[in-house]
Ligand binder design. Sequence first.
Ligand code: ZN
Length: 435
Amino acid sequence: MRPTSLRLAAPLVALLAVAPLAAPLAAQTFPTSWDPAILKRPDVRTALEHLERGFPRQVDEWIAIAEMPGKSTHEQQRGAYVRAAMEREGLRVSIDSIGNVTGVRKGTGGGPTVVFAAHLDIVHALETNLKVRRAGDTLHAPGIFDNSASVANMLATIRALNAAKLVTKGDLVFVGTVQEELGLKGMEYWLQHNPRPDLLIAMDGGLGPVAYGALGIYWTRYVFTSAGSHTVTSRGKPTPVKALAEAIDRIYQLQFGALPDGAVINIGQVHGGVIFNGIPQELYFTVDLRSPNPILLDSLDRTIGRIAREAADRAKVGIRVEVEQKNGAGGTSAQLAGARAHPLVQTTIDIQQALGIRVGAPGAAQAVATGSTDANVGVVRKIPSIAIGRAYGGNQHTLSEWADWPSALPASKMVVLLAVTFGDGVRTVSAPVVP
Ligand SMILES: [Zn+2]
């Protein structure tokens, strides 16, 4: 937690005067409700107008970024582009050893550090045709939505803040992260190697409810092995096929609650064997296990592991367990009541409404206790963290991915307003908030 020199509400000051210093102090105090009067501030208006005027250029830049190769671990060209753009805007820019690009827009001091993270990588193979096709309000290309849109939004936001000479007390830290699609590896590395921020805002996902939770995701490969045999001599010999079949059958019989508060298990790959006429020497299946509940996630993970080992023992074959990713869960909606109450969530809801961003069907939840973005890494560390949308769009992670380009404008305005509201400190502070 950072020391704070912010103006504190009188009752809290009184409390602090008698509280032992060892007691953790709320790192920052934030407005409990968002004041739309901020929209009338001349510097804020200038920033928003700059976004509007520059929007055609923003869309062009978005397309240019989307057409750069970006498969996870191959984000270098995108990273170099973002670095140059940030440097032109006078940010203090660095690239860490994993490839994350960080641009710091210094505050005047005494305010919170607010991190905005947009992942640079896409899931599509290097040889994929990334050429963007524009049809009316829609852009079509693999990766156009997830997450090239957010990268362009981030750069446009930085330019708008600078054009308006907008001053914040806290540092605004803009990060182009890498390897998000490989299990949030870039953000995980970033948080391990940088001072803990006060707020983390992942720019990822479609416009919709504010995501303040973290869906835990475990990817595991269960590999069964045997000595193999020609078919003619195979009768009665151990075969990994039996182990694999039994394990998968038992896993699908497991009983547990469904999402959003329960869990889901998907066996996405079953591989092995190359010939008709032999016992395979190696087979495997993969498990994609997800839950927001850390206890349920770990217990299901252990149960699946036990089932796989028992199946291997019964079939008298070997087993090897390979963990591909293990991203922790943030908690169920009940467990995350405190995170939901953080002003970061309600303020973002208020801003979305002020900008006319619709989040779904009428009456749909404005915030959800889930998420599968760079914000997860903050949530599990108890850093107030959310994910915000970049535009409307769909078919993520497919070749028919698309995005509605006009909606990137309100999405970018939201980033400016979040930066001003939280980076500016506490001009409307009303009550202390302990995250
Ligand atoms: Zn993404």
